[in-house]
Design a protein around this ligand. Structure first.
Ligand SMILES: C[S@@+](CC[C@H](N)C(=O)[O-])C[C@H]1O[C@@H](n2cnc3c(N)ncnc32)[C@H](O)[C@@H]1O
Ligand SMILES: O=[N+]([O-])c1ccc2c(c1)CN[C@@H](CO)C2
Length: 274
């Protein structure tokens, strides 16, 4: 059992890795073709968007407030949720990522990625014309009220008094917990910390990497990852007192392995806080 000093040094080492994180490079590595190829049914990003669309629209998810944990510089993870919730809070550990999000939300140009193809794809999933993407962009900008700092290794990851006393109605988090934790115990502790942000009966939409031990967060910025398998994801959710509703798994075809990480699969878990 690691002592407090060991836990703190592992977390501090991860924070140090993230000081060199490069949002533009990260987006280029993971959110452009082939991983984000909307003409390919086996591309990773369309698979993630389909999981999110189904999870948010199948009728059991409702409420006011959706919080995205560890947003990074990406917005795809809330493009379905913005039609269901009337308030979204985006969060990240790094100011450079919060700035990237702010640039898009304030529609002031200078974004590192064009999110239009994503907005068009989610419109199609919703049975709308792809040309309705400006309305979806406006909706997302309208409901996103805050972009806040977060640290999932803190027992209280957000500043006090940010959330309603009962907690958020829904959490979404993608590629965060396993990518920021020094080891599996820290991953499990972080899962417990974010659970306290969610009201009883609220849902957690968790996307993550399977079989990944590192990824590049920029040129030469090698960040260690806690390698997970499906069984571990289920065990961790159960041990953190979530009820798993559905676990979906994507296995990367060879040409999606582009040298920016050693990920072998992606999981999507829809769970509920009892
Ligand atoms: C692999 S990126 C995931 C980004 C995005 N959610 C996605 O789906 O691509 C991991 C994110 O976790 C953030 N992060 C790093 N340390 C963190 C911490 N202690 N608590 C919360 N987020 C953290 C990083 O700044 C980064 O944006
Ligand atoms: O294929 N993808 O859509 C995709 C998106 C983001 C990330 C990965 C894969 C794998 N590495 C993680 C960081 O641990 C980040």
């Amino acid at each position: 059992m690691m002592d407090e000093r060991g836990k703190e040094s592992g977390v501090a080492a991860m924070a140090a890795c993230y000081q060199k994180f490069d949002p533009a490079a990260y987006l280029q590595y993971n959110y452009t073709p082939p991983r984000a190829d909307f003409s390919r049914k086996d591309s990773i990003v369309p698979w993630k968007l389909a999981c999110l669309h189904r999870a948010f629209t199948e009728g059991d998810v409702r409420g006011e407030l959706l919080v995205d944990i560890g947003s990074g510089p990406t917005l795809y993870q809330v493009m379905s949720g913005c039609e269901v919730f009337n308030r979204i809070i985006l969060t990240d550990f790094l100011e450079v990522n919060r700035q990237e999000l702010r640039r898009w939300l304030q529609d002031e140009g200078g974004c590192s990625l064009d999110w239009t193809p994503y907005l068009e794809h989610v419109c199609k999933l919703e049975g709308r014309r792809p040309s309705a993407w400006p309305e979806k962009a406006a909706k997302l900008r309208q409901v996103t009220s805050d972009i806040l700092p977060i640290d999932v290794h803190c027992s209280q990851p957000l500043a006090p008094d940010i959330l309603p006393s009962a907690g958020a109605d829904c959490l979404v988090s993608s590629f965060c917990l396993e990518s920021v934790s020094p080891d599996l115990p820290a991953f499990n502790r972080a899962l417990g910390h974010i659970r306290k942000l969610l009201r009883p009966g609220g849902h957690l939409m968790l996307i993550g990497a399977l079989g990944e031990s590192y990824y590049f967060g920029g040129p030469g910025v090698r960040i260690p990852v806690v390698p997970l398998n499906e069984a571990q994801v289920c065990t961790s959710l159960k041990e953190s007192d979530y009820t798993l509703i559905r676990l979906e798994v994507y296995t990367l075809p060879q040409d999606m392995r582009v040298g920016v990480d050693d990920v072998t699969g992606v999981f999507f878990a829809k769970a509920k806080r009892d």
